[in-house]
Design a binder for this molecule. Structure first.
Ligand code: PLP
Length: 382
């Protein structure tokens, strides 16, 4: 039986949207290393639409098309890192622009805004993470140009209602950008809730194997702002190399499977640890006790993600002791790989970090849940 309906997302991921090389029939694209492309003789036009790989590269075509499809957007860009993707929307604004971000967010972006963006004339104001009332109070109608949210937000996993945040931003005449690194397009599609741009550290779940540094931006519309953002990528050369583009595309083919398993594992671990006497609190949007649970149920489909944090009894020493005793969770930064990781975020982020000392951040991988739970129980029991 044949059907005209478009394939499901999972089918498009697994088949790379049915890619086949026009000349050879290869089902996997070649790695395009070329930096320069031949023009029509004596002319400026480039028959394939490519001229120089800082502007555009065939190495990006499949991965960008797949990202656009996954997020339901109009266009995508892959970039050299998540930080490149995060800084581009700010760099594309006019000097003096007022922007609103939340006080819990990936610390590297917060640090860049505080240490650099403000000196370049971007007026940065912070709203309380997860609070729509705070966002509403901080946004300045007619003045705010951009609102930035991350949900769930690193590393406390505060959740904010994307649809309501989009309304607040748009009513004020601002654009909404969502750092959706942790939710991934498998669990949340922010453009459907009214966001203007979605940003990913593709280093994390999109690639999923801890072997590529990359970023991504997806736009709801291919408009002037998007073209300015493309100019920033080109002019500053924030481009993703061909090998990395290829690896990212390869990793993305199993994105749905990895995110689903990581979410199942994280849910099982969160349930198991919540009642442990040496645990003060489990921060995970999948738990009904989490303040953002109801919103998460509305805007996350198929799970609550692989990221959680555990506050253990005994302060910093208690947390470091548990980390030393864990055998299956490598102590390392980053997230979204197949392997489970733990990190003491306060130590990583430094003394200005709002993260409590007793907090361990977990990136739950795709191992067997029973092994992960047993490892944590043994480490907590000392
Ligand atoms: N946003 C989030 C939520 C992140 O976790 C990270 C990295 O940890 C970034 C942005 C920055 O991405 P990258 O390290 O790929 O530059």
């Amino acid at each position: 039986m044949t059907t005209n309906r478009p394939p499901h997302r999972d089918t498009d991921l697994a088949r790379m949207m049915g890619y086949a090389d026009g000349e050879t029939g290869a089902l996997v694209p070649p790695i395009h290393n070329a930096t320069t492309f031949e023009r029509a003789p004596g002319e400026i036009s480039t028959p394939g639409g490519f001229s120089y790989s800082r502007s555009n590269s065939p190495a990006w075509t499949q991965v960008e098309d797949l990202l656009t499809r996954l997020e339901g957007g109009a266009a995508s860009m892959v970039l050299a890192s998540g930080m490149s993707a995060a800084t581009i929307p700010f760099l594309a604004l006019e000097p003096g622009a007022h922007v609103v971000v939340q006080d819990v967010m990936y610390w590297g972006i917060r640090a860049w805004l505080n240490d650099f963006a403000v000196h370049w004339g971007i007026d940065v104001e912070f709203a309380e993470a997860g609070s729509l009332a705070s966002l509403q109070a901080v946004v300045r109608p007619g003045k705010t140009r951009l609102v930035w949210i991350e949900t769930p937000a690193n590393p406390m996993w505060n959740v904010i209602d994307i649809e309501a945040a989009a309304k607040i931003a748009h009513d004020a005449g601002a654009l909404l950008v969502v750092d959706s690194t942790v939710a991934t397009p498998i669990l949340t599609r922010p453009l459907e809730f009214g966001a203007d741009f979605v940003m990913h550290s593709a280093t994390k779940y999109l690639n999923g194997h801890s072997d590529v540094l990359a970023g991504a931006l997806v736009a709801a519309r291919d408009d002037d702002m998007w073209q300015r953002m493309r100019r920033v990528r080109k002019d500053l050369g924030m481009v993703l190399g061909p090998q990395e583009s290829w690896l990212l595309l390869r990793g993305m083919r199993t994105l749905h499977l990895r995110v689903e398993r990581a979410s199942e594992n994280a849910m099982a671990l969160a349930d198991a640890l919540s009642s442990h006497p040496n645990v003060a609190e489990v921060l995970y949007p999948g738990l009904p006790t989490h303040p953002g649970h109801a919103v998460s149920v509305r805007q996350m489909t198929g799970g609550f993600g692989g990221m959680m944090s555990v506050r253990v009894r005994g302060g910093k020493e208690g947390a470091l002791g548990v980390m030393r005793r864990l055998k299956l969770f490598a102590s390392a930064t980053s997230l979204g790989g197949t392997e489970s990781l733990v990190e003491h975020r306060r130590s990583t982020e430094g003394i200005e970090s709002p993260v409590p000392d007793d907090l361990i951040r977990l990136s739950v991988g795709v191992e067997h849940a029973d092994d992960l739970i047993a490892d944590w129980r043994a480490a907590l029991d000392g």
